[in-house]
Design a protein around this ligand. Sequence first.
Ligand SMILES: CC(C)(COP(=O)(O)OP(=O)(O)OC[C@H]1O[C@@H](n2cnc3c(N)ncnc32)[C@H](O)[C@@H]1OP(=O)(O)O)[C@@H](O)C(=O)NCCC(=O)NCCS
Length: 216
Amino acid sequence: MPAARDNVTPRPRAATIICQALYYLVGRYLPPSYACSLLGRLSKQFRALVCRQIFRSAGRNVNVEHGAYFGSGRLIEIGDNSGIGVDCHVPADIRIGRDVMMGPEVLVIGRNQNHRFDDLDLPIRLQGYADSPPVVIEDDVWLGARAIVLPGIHIGRGSIIGAGAIVTRDVPPFAICAGNPARIIRFRNAPCEAERQLDTLPPVPACAAPVNSLEE
Ligand SMILES: CC(C)(COP(=O)(O)OP(=O)(O)OC[C@H]1O[C@@H](n2cnc3c(N)ncnc32)[C@H](O)[C@@H]1OP(=O)(O)O)[C@@H](O)C(=O)NCCC(=O)NCCS
C-alpha cells in the first residue's frame, strides 16, 4: 500500500481542470480497455494519461475503465497495476493499493454521501453528512461485480469481495466475503475444510505385517 502522500507537489489547478474535462467529456466514453485490441489499448492509455494529472498519486499501469466515475478525483491515491472497473463509482478521496482489481459496476460510497438523520424535525436532506474516514483498499484486493462498499471501510490486503456483496464492516487481510451484509466465508490463508479434516484425523495405525506379505 503506498504511504499517504501529504507532501505531493500541487499541480497547476488549470491543468487538473483541463484533464477532468478531457476525462468526463471524452475519456469516460471511449471503449473499455479490452475492446478490439488497438482501440481498447489507446483508450486505456488516454484515460491513464489524463487521470495521472487528476489524481493525487497514480502508480504504473493504472487502468481507469470505460464509464468509471470518481468525482473530482483530486485526492485519489492508486498504486501500480490497479484499476477502477467498468462503470464503477468511487469517491474522490479513495486510497487504492497495488494490484487491485474491480469488476464492473462496483460502488464505493464516500464520506460525503452518508446523510445525517438524527433530527426528526428537519428533513434529512437538510441535515448534512456524517463524516467518516476515506475508504481504503489495500494491495491485491479483488472486488467482484456490483459490490457495494460503505463509507469509511478498510479492506485488508489480499481479500476478495464477492459479486453483489454489501460491505458494511472492515475486512481483514485475506478474507473472502460475500452476501448482504457481507460475511466472511473463508480465509485464503487458512486451510480448506478438507485439509482441516485431514489434519484432525487420527493417525493411520501401523501395519501389522509388511504390505507384500499379503501376496504370499
Ligand atoms: C466470492 C467468490 C470469489 C467465492 O468463490 P469461491 O471461494 O469459489 O466460493 P464458493 O463458490 O465455494 O462458495 C462458497 C459459499 O459462498 C457462497 N457465495 C459465493 N459467492 C457468493 C456471492 N457473490 N454472494 C453470495 N454468496 C456467495 C456460495 O453460495 C457458497 O455458499 P454455501 O457454502 O452455503 O453453498 C465468487 O463466488 C465471486 O463472487 N466472484 C466474483 C466474480 C465476479 O464478480 N467477477 C467479475 C469480473 S472481475
